[in-house]
Design a protein around this ligand. Structure first.
Ligand code: TRP
Length: 446
């Protein structure tokens, strides 16, 4: 048998690492523009509903399967539920590659923007000029690929370093720093002239804009942001010692992730209105096009800008590490390859997949599948289909196959009092399968 499993050094170490996985581009790059495109406040309300009802329950379920089995997703599902179920873990491994293919591209943009803050590219804070900077970058034939490659290499380097030394140490130090910068940017953004309209758009729901597509977008975003539905949380749970208070840790991670997404919304949307842009207009470039004008309006703006993109790149790194770690953990556990070899081979595969994603706004912009670019398709497939499907199957697995025993495991055989545990099981058994199933159908037929 294998050596005893490496464990997180401390409770804080685990929370920081899991929050490091959850908090990333999903919160700061994706959430604001998704909210902009899907009607503002109404999207926020539905998103928060998805977090509370499905997100929290499923974070607990995934962590629990990992902690119980102390194994990678494929072996963990076999351990807790028997034959057939490892397919859910296997689907997660595939999903990790799909997400990484575009994730490293966006992370590459943040590296480019670190340089842009220093070399004066963002000196003209006019909306048209900032739009041009972004378009120029993403349409280039080489830059997006090179930056994606650099980021993929960084991810691989951290994963080779191992769980305790690499991931945990970086997260503990940099997450609090990111929070501090966010607070400063939020304060500046909401006080820009014209910002109130943006705040109202974000915080006052207008439910007349809600369609089935709003629900699909919200649940996909909730899963993406919480790193749910593909075994990343499960893998992190597998490094968790058994005696830990799992529900408390899950709540901390979900709260932090949600807090940072909401802060990013308050940072980006008011600044967008202040710049005279209409919500939905900026697309995947929104955060990059809007924030430089906020830096410009701050004392020490260059420093804030550089610090922001640096920390965003680091937040993206702790997330991409969790995606790659899930894949590597599987190959190391199940196929007896060394960690280094598994990491290098997976990273090369990620890089190859990232090339068409990196070129999706340039050379390959005209190449569409189902009306989407490669980048758009990978994003859609993972967030709107694979992650919710993975979550639905995890809910059924824990709710029905593990069943009431899951409550014993969750509460450390009753040593933690959790009067809400039957409600949790009820959500996993009925609410999540029906709710997520309904939303998945909306996405597929709508
Ligand atoms: N949650 C991360 C973000 O918001 C991205 C991420 C990391 C992820 N691991 C994941 C998404 C696993 C889905 C599944 O940026």
């Amino acid at each position: 048998m294998s050596a005893p499993r490496e464990h997180w050094g401390s409770r804080l170490g685990f929370i920081m690492a899991a929050a490091g996985s959850a908090v990333g581009l999903g919160n700061i790059w994706k959430f604001p523009y998704m909210t902009g495109e899907n009607g503002g406040g109404a999207f926020l309300v539905i998103y928060l509903g998805c977090i509370v009802v499905f997100g929290l329950s499923l974070v607990m379920a995934e962590l629990l399967v990992g902690r119980t089995a102390q194994r990678n997703p494929v072996a963990a599902f076999r351990h807790v539920a028997g034959s057939g179920w490892p397919a859910v873990g296997a689907m997660g491994i595939v999903t990790a590659f799909v997400i990484l293919s575009f994730y490293v591209v966006v992370a590459g943009w943040t590296i480019a923007y670190m340089l842009f803050t220093l070399n004066g590219s963002l000196a003209n804070p006019d909306a048209t000029a900032l739009d041009a900077v972004f378009t120029h970058l993403v349409a280039d034939a080489w830059q997006p690929i090179v930056y994606a490659a650099i980021f993929t290499a960084l991810t691989a380097a951290v994963v080779i370093g191992g769980v305790g030394s690499g991931i945990e140490r970086a997260s503990k130090l940099l997450m609090p720093l990111l929070l501090v910068i966010l607070v400063a940017l939020v304060a500046r953004s909401v006080t820009l002239p014209g910002a109130e309209q943006g705040l109202a758009f974000f915080l006052v729901p207008d439910f007349s804009k809600v369609t089935g597509a709003t629900f699909t977008a919200a649940i996909g975003q909730a899963f993406f942001s919480l790193s749910l539905g593909m075994g990343a949380m499960l893998t992190y749970g597998s490094y968790m010692p058994r005696e830990r208070n799992l529900p408390a840790d899950a709540l901390a991670v979900v709260s932090l992730d949600t807090l940072i997404a909401v802060m990013a919304g308050v940072m980006v949307l008011p600044a967008m209105f202040a710049a005279g842009m209409t919500p939905g207009e900026g697309g995947a470039g929104t955060t990059f096009k809007v924030l430089p004008a906020v830096f410009d309006a701050m004392p020490g703006g260059t420093l804030f800008g550089f610090g922001f993109f640096l920390l965003l790149a680091v937040a993206a790194l702790t997330s991409s590490v969790s995606l790659l770690e899930t894949v590597v953990c599987y190959f190391v556990d199940e196929h007896r390859v060394t960690r280094t070899k598994a990491t290098v081979i997976s990273a090369i595969a990620v890089f190859v997949l990232s090339i068409p994603a990196a070129l999706s706004s340039g050379l390959l912009a005209g190449m569409t599948i189902f009306g989407m670019t490669f980048f758009g398709l990978m994003d859609y497939l993972s967030s709107s289909i694979m992650l919710p499907l993975g979550g639905l199957l995890t809910a059924i697995c824990v709710g029905w196959v593990v069943g009431p025993r899951a409550i014993d495991a969750l509460t450390n055989e009753g040593r933690i009092t959790a009067s809400w545990a039957p409600l949790w099981l009820f959500i996993l058994r009925f609410v999540a399968p029906l709710g997520i199933g309904w939303i998945l159908m909306q996405g597929l037929i709508g």
